[in-house]
Design a protein around this ligand. Structure first.
Ligand code: ATP
Length: 439
C-alpha cells in the first residue's frame, strides 16, 4: 500500500490507508487509545479500540513520544475531532523505531532548553515545524539564486577548499597537514572566482563552504559557513555589481514570498517585503557623519570600519528616511579593505567597494577588483604581503584579464535577515564554532 500524507486524508474518507510518522502524543483511556501521529504535512488522530487487540494495546501503552510508526487504518469523517474533523480507526501498527523514554527534550514543549543544549540534540530540535520551514525556505532561496543566475547566463564553478596559500590574510586561517607540507582551508573562493574572469567565463557563481578560524563567540559568526559568491566581467565600477545584486535579491524575495509567504507569516510572524530597487547607497564617509549626528560613537579601534551597533543604527536611519530594509555602504577606506579592491581614481584613500546591510546585519561584501597587475603588486606590497606566495594569483592578470568585480554573501546571514532571527546557530543546519565540532 502506498503512503498517504496527512494533508490528503480528506480525499480518502472511507478508505483504508497507510500513514507513516512520529507519535506526537498518546492519550491512553480505559477502552480506547488516541495516538496523535505527525508527518511533515500535519497531525492526525488515530483511534485504537483496546478490546479489538489487547496485545497491541499493551505495545501502544509502552511507546514513548516520538516513536517512528507505520500504521494502517480506515479514515472516518468525525466532526468532533478538533484537529481536522477526521479520525483513523487503527487496523495495523508497526514500530519502525521505538523512542526511548525520557526524550533528551520535548521539541514540542512550550518552553525549550537553551540553544546550546538543543544543538547537542540538533536532530530533535530540527523536528520543530518552524525548523522544517526554515530549511524549505532556504532551499527555495538557493533555487531562486540559481534561477536568476542561469537566466542571466552565469556559469557555476566549484573551487577547491584546500589551498597552498591563504587567499586573504594570515589571520582567521585554518592550516592542516598535507603530506609533507602545510595546506590551508579556503577563507573565501576569492582568488578562484577571479581566475574565472581571467579564463574568460565573464559571469560565474559558486555556493560552497568557507572556513574562518575566528575565535569569537558572536551571534553571527561561524568557523565554517556557506558562502554565496559571484563575479562578473567588463564592469565600469562597483556600481554595476550592486545593481546586479539588488535585482538578484529582489527576485529571490519575490520567489520566496510566492512559495512561502503565508507560512512565513504564520510561523515566523514576518510579512515578507519585496525590496524595491535601487537600494539606498551611502558612502562610508557620509555614514560616519550620520552616525555622529545621531549620537552614535564608533569605537576608536575601528579606524573607518563600522561595528554591529553602527550597522543597526544606520539601518534605523535608512528605515526612517527611505523606508527601506537594505542599504549599501560604499567607498570604504583602504585601511579596512583587502589589497585587491580597486581604489577610487579621484581619491586613492578609498576603494570601489561596498557592504550590504539587511535589517541591520551585514550580509555581503563586494567590490570592483584591481585587474592591472602592476597596481595589484603595488597594493599588495603596501599591505605588507609577500609577492612570492601569491604569484600564481598575480599571474591571472598578465595575459588579458577584463575589468571585473563581485561579492560574497553569507547564506545564513541572509536567512537571519529574511526571517528576522537573531542567532546564526538557530539558522544553520549544523553549527560550527570555536568550541563546537559536534554533532
Ligand atoms: P564580519 O565583518 O561580519 O566579520 P567579514 O567582513 O569578515 O564579516 P567577508 O569576509 O566580507 O565578511 O565575507 C562576506 C560575507 O560572508 C559577509 O558579509 C557575511 O555575510 C559572511 N560571513 C563572513 N564571516 C562569517 C562568519 N564567520 N560566519 C558566517 N558568515 C560570515
Amino acid at each position: 500500500m502506498d503512503r498517504t500524507l496527512i494533508k490528503d486524508l480528506r480525499s480518502v474518507i472511507g478508505q483504508t490507508i497507510k500513514l507513516q510518522g512520529w507519535l506526537q502524543t498518546l492519550r491512553d483511556q480505559k477502552k480506547i487509545q488516541f495516538l496523535i501521529l505527525r508527518d511533515p504535512t500535519g497531525l492526525a488522530q488515530v483511534a485504537h479500540w483496546k478490546p479489538n487487540d489487547e496485545v497491541l494495546a499493551e505495545l501502544i501503552a509502552k511507546m514513548g513520544a516520538e516513536t517512528a510508526l507505520t500504521i494502517t487504518g480506515k479514515v472516518i469523517d468525525n466532526p468532533i475531532v478538533k484537529l481536522n474533523g477526521l479520525e483513523i480507526q487503527l487496523e495495523s501498527l508497526e514500530v519502525d523505531n521505538m523512542a526511548e523514554i525520557p526524550l533528551p527534550f520535548d521539541p514540542f514543549a512550550e518552553t525549550l532548553p537553551t540553544i546550546d543544549y538543543r544543538l547537542d540534540w540538533r536532530y530533535m530540535d530540527l523536528r520543530r515545524s518552524v525548523n522544517a520551514l526554515l530549511f524549505q525556505v532556504q532551499t527555495s532561496v538557493e533555487m531562486a539564486m540559481r534561477e536568476y543566475w542561469v537566466k542571466n547566463k552565469f556559469i557555476e564553478v566549484h573551487s577547491p577548499k584546500l589551498m597552498g596559500t591563504p587567499s586573504e590574510s594570515g589571520a582567521e586561517l585554518f592550516s592542516l597537514d598535507y603530506f609533507e607540507r602545510k595546506a590551508y582551508l579556503a577563507q573565501s573562493p576569492q582568488f578562484y572566482k577571479q581566475m574565472a574572469m581571467a579564463a574568460g567565463f565573464e559571469r560565474i557563481f559558486e555556493i560552497g563552504p568557507v572556513f574562518r578560524a575566528d575565535p569569537s563567540f558572536t551571534s553571527r559568526h561561524m568557523t565554517e559557513f556557506t558562502g554565496v559568491d559571484m563575479e562578473i566581467s567588463w564592469i565600469n565600477s562597483h556600481e554595476d555589481v550592486m545593481a546586479f545584486e539588488e535585482r538578484w535579491l529582489q527576485y529571490i524575495y519575490t520567489r520566496v514570498k510566492e512559495l512561502h509567504g503565508d507560512a512565513i507569516k504564520k510561523q515566523f510572524g514576518v510579512d515578507l517585503v519585496i525590496p524595491e530597487v535601487p537600494f539606498p547607497r551611502i558612502p562610508m564617509r557620509e555614514a560616519v557623519e550620520i552616525l555622529k549626528s545621531r549620537g552614535y560613537a564608533l569605537p576608536a579601534d575601528k579606524k573607518g570600519d563600522i561595528d554591529p551597533g553602527g550597522e543597526r543604527e544606520i539601518a534605523a536611519y535608512v528605515k526612517e528616511k527611505f523606508n527601506h530594509d537594505f542599504v549599501f555602504l560604499t567607498d570604504w577606506p583602504i585601511s579596512v579593505r583587502p589589497f585587491y579592491h580597486m581604489r577610487i581614481p579621484e581619491d586613492q584613500t578609498l576603494t570601489r567597494s561596498f557592504d550590504l546591510i539587511a535589517c541591520g546585519l551585514e550580509i555581503t561584501t563586494g567590490a570592483q577588483r584591481e585587474h592591472r597587475v602592476e597596481m595589484l603588486q603595488k597594493q599588495a606590497l603596501e599591505k605588507g604581503l609577500h609577492l612570492e606566495p601569491i604569484q600564481f594569483y598575480l599571474d591571472f592578470f598578465r595575459y588579458g584579464c577584463p575589468s571585473h568585480g563581485g561579492f560574497g554573501l553569507g547564506l545564513s546571514r541572509l536567512m537571519m535577515a529574511m526571517l528576522n532571527l537573531n542567532n546564526i546557530r538557530e539558522v544553520v543546519y549544523i553549527f560550527r564554532g570555536p568550541t563546537r565540532l559536534n554533532p
